[in-house]
Write a protein that binds this ligand. Structure first.
Ligand code: A3P
Length: 286
């Protein structure tokens, strides 16, 4: 039974956002209505196992990369997992809780997935079952500089849907939190407040020190690190080329898989946002 505040949240303002239509603000976050329904199903029916691994992220912060690294670590530590990243793309290997497993038309049955089960989610921590914090399951959260996150999202949605508003206007909306899974900082904050149980990885640090990060992630997962091989296997070029060579098709959202591999650099915001925009952003948030 929802509390009065939750009921209020459900009917709070709707926004037609610059990307792809209607969003609803629920518990302080903007999502498409189907993701709110999915989050309710997750809270009702998903019981995390101590061996589960949840890869959590705000969209466009390096989710695909983290999925690739995690599944590669597990594969190299297992004699039974034969999924080869040369044959399977990271989005096929690691399903989204709110899409493939508990979305409108689930395409996978969670009970058929063998341990350790690896899931991904763009939902805030408060949208997941409370037991995520107590079951002993491992949560890894990847985050990225907000301006690069915005620029990555801007390109994805421009390529995917086209858009009628300027990057300036879109950035203003992002700053106000009007973005899928936004507000950006609140999303991070929920996981940060649980950081004694959540491993944090940043896109920038992963870029600068991939070996060190792979070693840390492997340790967190209780696995042996086979660092160099994994770093190579999950490099931007390797993943992008594999998907291109195979002529990979369309992601659930209608997005072409190759759109998940655009530039893969740190600081691309400098090519798109002015110093004034960043100053305003800073003064609003810091
Ligand atoms: P850009 O658009 O800045 O290039 P997500 O997976 O969360 O959707 O994030 C996508 C972003 O991660 C894109 O950023 C994409 O290019 C980048 N990316 C994907 N795989 C990567 C990899 N192996 N190494 C570095 N960046 C990667």
């Amino acid at each position: 039974m929802d509390t009065p505040q939750q009921q209020q949240d459900k009917i709070s303002p709707q926004a037609k956002w610059w990307v792809d239509g209607q969003r609803i603000r629920y518990k302080g976050f903007w999502f498409k209505p189907e993701f709110i329904t999915a989050s309710e199903a997750i809270r009702a029916h998903y019981t995390p196992l101590p061996s589960d691994i949840i890869l959590a992220s705000f969209p466009k912060t390096g989710t695909t990369w983290l999925k690739a690294i995690t599944s590669s670590i597990l594969r190299h530590n297992s004699s039974t997992i034969h999924d080869d990243l040369g044959h399977l793309n990271p989005h096929e290997v690691v399903p989204f809780l709110e899409i493939e497993l508990f979305g409108e038309k689930p395409s996978k049955d969670i009970t058929n997935i063998s341990s350790p089960r690896v899931f991904n989610s763009h939902l805030p921590l408060s949208f997941l079952p409370e037991t995520v914090k107590t079951s002993g399951c491992r949560v890894i959260y990847i985050t990225r500089h907000p301006a690069d996150t915005f620029v990555s999202l801007w390109h994805l949605y421009n390529n995917r849907f086209g858009t009628e508003i300027s990057i300036r206007q879109a950035f203003d909306e992002f700053c106000k939190g009007l973005v899928p899974a936004g507000p950006y900082f609140e999303h991070i904050l929920e996981f940060w407040e649980a950081r004694d149980r959540v491993m944090f990885v940043t896109y920038e640090n992963l870029k600068a020190n991939p070996e060190e990060n792979v070693r840390k992630i492997a340790k967190f997962l209780g696995c042996k690190p086979i660092v160099e091989k994994i770093v190579k296997e999950c490099s931007f070029e390797k993943l992008r080329n594999t998907i291109k060579e195979r002529g990979e098709g369309i992601h659930w959202s209608g997005t072409k898989y190759e759109m998940f591999f655009r530039k893969g650099v740190v600081g691309d915001w400098k090519n798109h946002l002015t110093r004034e925009m960043m100053k305003e952003f800073g003064s609003q948030h810091f």
